[in-house]
Ligand binder design. Sequence first.
Ligand SMILES: [Zn+2]
Length: 205
Amino acid sequence: MSKDLYEYEYVGGRPSLDFVNTVGGLRPASASEHLVAYGDLIRWARQARLIDSRRGQALLAEAARHPQRAEQAVESARRVREALHDLILSALRSRRPPAQALELVNRWIADAMSRRRLIPRGSGYELDWQEEPGDLLAFLIPLALDAAEILSGELERVHICDEAEVGRCGWLFLDETKNHSRRYCTMKECGNRAKQRRFRRRLSS
Ligand SMILES: [Zn+2]
């Protein structure tokens, strides 16, 4: 029964960018969806260290008890992910953001902010998130504020992989190099492919 599981990559430099990168290829033409079932979302969140394995197991058990809710959860995660993608892309391409995407992301951020709570810890307090019982997407709440920070103050460092130019990759990343020279999501995939293409072009010219 062992089916090869997709290996998630975390190269965006920020969790909300990694979340957007759970679609492979370049949207829309060559996009491939890597969050198909609720279990995928849990696997992604586990590897992103948004949840530990105990929490993951508990969420999977809850999802198994409520398959319809689990399906809706994945759909709504994908919806907010695509809205976030559209907002970032609009900014990178200097286009006006789609109103629907902006509204959805704004609702997501407002909901996340309304869940901020001070919890007494030791002799002080800790800023935590209030979760609704049975919420299958609670681990995505912190991502909303991460996305808000990026959209409102770090967009100039967000780049789309250079392989977007040849329609191969649409992954986003935060360029943290000193001289702003990062061009590819990963060197081992996209960087290498581009290098080989340049090499072949040189040979045939
Ligand atoms: Zn790439």
